[in-house]
Ligand binder design. Structure first.
Ligand code: GLY
Ligand code: MN
Ligand code: MN
Length: 446
């Protein structure tokens, strides 16, 4: 529990530098799937980051005052409910196990919260994130205002708690890195399993089942996002997840799938030939995407700006599009022109990555928000990479049939995605155990 209580201490110190006050955050609400069935519960990542507590119906309050206080509100013990749904800590055991200063039953939240925010200068809140909590808090403030004549005051300033926590979450500590490594390694095993078993004639969902099988048998509770298993033309649909088509001989199969382990995400994409051997056209584009990824990786280092990797990948891809005739040299001109006028976006229309951590698209600003913007710069520059940041690098190429596009490339969709940790010694590829070169892929599929 130490990393969680350490993070609360760090946050409390930051709250003091801003004048002190009360921070409030809740876990996610349970969501109905249909009738009386719920979606599998997944705790809120911010809430988990500070508590380690994974039960639904929980709220945390941190007080940065004369003495600091960490308080948890959670469900009470309930033998009847525990017979049906399983164990719950209850306030007493939760206080001990999760190292809070005080715990209360969740049904006492409004009553206690009213007292806790009384006379506090600043409310550190995640407004707009959880409507139930917003409403409860409004009622508390309303109640407090009613006591104004007795001399109590309500907080007169609100600070966005997520903005502070997002910056904390952006830099991963050794425990988080170990979990992310395990998540990526399990995903690597799942991709290997899918590659080994793929044969033309199978359906996409059969490969999805293999991925899930490997995730679960390795102890990962679920995928970190909906798995994409896209054969042939389906690979050109960026968020395809019907996963129900038959895989044909000659198809490429694009699998974008990663498990969540210990609440941390992995996000891995590989593209491989269903019959085990790349055709010439497939191979040409595959090597191009691979080269683009290698170019982006060179910028995954301390001090480089977040967007440098994307820009490097775009340069390689654009040159390749001109060399292969995907883009027409006579029409587009030089690579710089194809980049400037976004011609490359016909075949590469997404970014080259995102932060990854507790959420697959993890939190944290991408730009240097403290930068001063002048009339000619307008946009804030992208931020510089630091040790402990983790991001995906995922260039791709997607060829939809169109006039002037060489037919040999039609319907080819390729993405190659790895999870990268920025370290003092350069990039560490967490998903490195997933076969990636043409030789590695063709060997494992034999
Ligand atoms: N799998 C989601 C993504 O690659 O961003
Ligand atoms: Mn991704
Ligand atoms: Mn992905």
């Amino acid at each position: 529990m130490k990393p969680f209580s350490d993070r609360r201490t760090t946050l409390l110190a930051q709250m003091h530098t801003q004048g002190g006050g009360v921070a409030i955050l809740s876990t996610s609400p349970e969501m109905t799937r249909n009738a009386d069935s719920c979606f599998p519960f997944r705790h809120d990542s911010y809430f988990y980051y500070l508590s380690g507590f994974t039960e639904p119906e929980a709220v945390m309050v941190l007080v940065a005052g004369k003495t600091n206080q960490s308080i948890l509100f959670c469900r009470e013990k309930n033998l009847e409910r525990e017979i049906w749904d399983g164990f719950r800590y209850g306030p007493e055991a939760a206080r001990y196990h999760f190292e809070f200063d005080a715990t209360f039953p969740i049904n006492q939240l409004e009553q206690e919260l009213t007292n806790l925010i009384s006379d506090q200068p600043i409310l550190f809140h995640t407004q707009g994130h959880n409507s139930q909590l917003d409403t409860q808090l409004q009622r508390c403030i309303h109640t407090l205002r009613g006591r104004a004549r007795s001399g109590v005051s309500t907080p007169n300033k609100t600070i966005d708690l997520h903005a502070i926590l997002s910056e904390m979450r952006l830099i991963k500590d050794p425990g988080e890195i170990a979990l992310m490594q395990r998540a990526a390694s399990i995903s690597a095993l799942a991709h290997q399993r899918a590659m080994k078993i793929t044969r033309p004639g199978m359906h996409e969902y059969e490969l999805e089942a293999e991925l899930l099988h490997e995730f679960r048998r390795q102890g990962a509770p679920s995928p970190a996002y909906n798995s994409i298993v896209a054969a042939g033309a389906n690979a050109c649909v960026l968020h395809y997840n019907a996963n129900n088509a038959k895989i044909s001989d000659g198809d490429l199969v694009l699998i974008d799938a990663g498990c969540e382990f210990g609440s941390y995400a992995s996000d891995v994409t590989r593209t491989f030939p269903a019959n085990g051997k790349f055709s010439t056209s497939q191979r040409v584009l595959y090597e191009l995407v691979l080269a683009a990824q290698a170019a982006a990786l060179e910028h995954a280092k301390i001090g480089a700006r977040y967007q440098d990797g994307h820009d490097a990948a775009v340069r390689v891809l654009t040159q390749g599009m001109l060399d292969t005739g995907l883009l027409n040299k006579d029409k587009v001109g030089f690579p710089e022109d194809a980049i400037a006028n976004s011609a490359y976006r016909q075949f590469y229309m997404h970014g080259t990555g995102h932060w990854i951590g507790l959420d697959v698209h993890d939190v944290g600003f991408y730009r240097d928000v403290s930068a001063v913007v002048s009339a000619d710069t307008k946009e804030k520059p992208y931020r510089k990479l630091q040790a402990g940041m983790a991001l995906t690098i995922e260039p791709g190429i997607y060829v939809r049939p169109a006039e002037g596009v060489p037919e040999q490339f039609w319907h080819i969709g390729i993405r190659i995605e790895d999870d990268i940790l920025i370290t003092e010694n350069g990039p560490l590829n967490l998903s490195r155990e997933t076969p990636k070169t043409v030789a590695e892929i063709e060997a494992i599929m034999k």
